[in-house]
Design a protein around this ligand. Sequence first.
Ligand code: ADP
Ligand code: MG
Length: 687
Amino acid sequence: MQLTELPGIGDRTAARLEALGIKEALDLVFLLPRAYQDRTNPRIIPSLQIGQFATVRGQLISLSERRYRTRRTLEVVVSDGRGVIVLKWFRYGKWLKSNLEKRFPPGSQVLASGRVTSFSGTLEMHHPDLNEASEGSGGGIVPVYPLSEGLSQQTVRRAVRTALANIGNGIREVIPDDIRRVHDLPDLKESLARLHEPLESDDVQALNLGESPWHRRVKFGELLAFQLGLLIRRRSLEGRTSLPVPPFSSLGEELIRHLPFDLTRSQVQALSEIGADMDRDVPMHRLLQGDVGSGKTLVAFIAMLRTWEAGYQAVMMAPTEVLAEQHYRNISHWCDILQIRAALLTGSVDGLKRKEVLQEAASGETKLFVGTHALIQEGVRFRDLNLAIVDEQHRFGVLQRLALGRKGTSPHFLVMTATPIPRSLSMDIYGDMDITTIDEMPAGRTPVETLVFKEADRSRMHLRVSREVQDGRQVFIVYPLVEESEKVELLAAREMAESYRNRIFPHLNVGLLTGRMSSREKEEVMERFRTGDYHILVSTTVIEVGVDVPNATLIVVEHAERFGLFQLHQLRGRVGRGTIRSTCILMEGNNITEEARQRLEVIARTNSGFEIAEADLQIRGPGDFLGVRQAGMPDFHFTDPFRERELMSAAREAALRMLPGGGELDPDMAREVRRMWTDGLLATASG
Ligand code: ADP
Ligand code: MG
């Protein structure tokens, strides 16, 4: 049913709802409140606890706008006679201020609901829900919905109620009864009704935490659709055949003989698992996970050699040009040993050279390719692509991965990631892939020593830098770029490079690398750093993934508190690549949050990506797991798949019960699965 078919919803409201992603009446029914206001029992301000979600009733004392440099904050002070709380809005439209001024002149009685925080000893709520206190007469537990510009709570509440009244009765439970019984899940229709119109006796705390039984049902439905999708995808892959590859790889063995080191036990194990996949006539679909520097690239390359020997082609796709070029350099070196060749295809390979590479790909004359997204562009054809490898897979979307797969006929797929996920979790998240984990580092690596410095230690940091350079080593200095203020920050990074160059280390060569540079410029700067021409490389986060300069033994991270845990771990992985003892200095800014402090502590404590991943799951906070959106996963509306581990496992079990070996899904459930995964993805997987 269209939104405008609902009584009371006109074009204007419909357009505003659409800004929230609501396109039809059914979407309204599934628009879950972001919080609940308990109007029956407002709390006394001095009794509020930080972190708690609460409603207070009081008098509006003042409403004002403040400016801090480029930022604006709208502040409303409310007092209930016992205490004072400041309500704050950041990043808001002009309409909000005039709207609040109109509705709440000073002195009005208001109800405010939100999560309680504090700043310099004063209680605050950020982006709370604000109502006239009289609206609350009637009391009860009232849902608070997400809003878009121009929408008010009242409008959304009314729209949801209308939608429920009109189509609520048609909502059918799609989870089979026996599964619901096992997992103790209420009926869908009832759940939605209760989520939108809770009873006065309902547990408001559980509702606010998203832990009510009604929430559980909705979340479970989403996770189940996800797991069923994985299962269907997996089954459709099992049904395909890949080109047979002869088992023996003498080239691989020859390469290993020529390498100045032995493979680690983990690498050998990974190769045997990959080898077993390629023995079968079903395409491999394997995730190779291992910490930064654990030697995944070499393992992947040896798999490529096996395709080479069979006379087929293999590609390795990386997310950035710098990374693709680095893989290419490594691979070319190994190819030289074997006297074979590989080709590079990135956005910067153009003109005649590009034509040549495309020609080699189409004719099958060249068998091994390394590149970026340029590999999956239209017009790039391979004669017989048999193995597709994707590095740092979380940076690619599923569609890009599929596009690469379509360049061959059911090629083997190997995706690599340095974002390790605890095993129990990866089973649930990557259920459609087999997983190989490299869990040891090459011998002879010394763990990187990690130090946290405060601003006051800055001169000590300078000393460490110059000492490192005196010893003939090189140094990375990383500066964070926050997207919203990219220009300002970029300027700051430039200024910092300038001040290092001219004032702090006038006798040293300092290079600057930023994401804004063309890839040619970037490559030039990297080359000068690699050859030792630059002693110090100041860079924004472009060096995050994969850059390999063994002589760099110190990395300094400015404003380390602004980076996610895993970003820090990856940055640290830039050093410690040789046998020389390396150091990572995390410069901690002033006034950092408790969560940021915990992050720095974790990084300083351990070098293990897996431990860091576990810690990241412990430290709760907004945003995606490890600060990296895992591309390749559909969107989740009701759950954070990385946090809901128990429910996810339960959903996986349920999916296996619903599709044992084969069988068909209930058509309504099948529609849910398609809705989640979008028709395209499942269709591509099965077609
Ligand atoms: P990853 O891709 O897992 O981050 P790389 O493949 O880039 O790691 O490996 C980092 C470096 O270690 C490379 O220079 C690689 O040649 C080297 N390397 C790989 N395997 C071993 C090993 N078994 N022993 C010593 N060095 C190794
Ligand atoms: Mg790598």
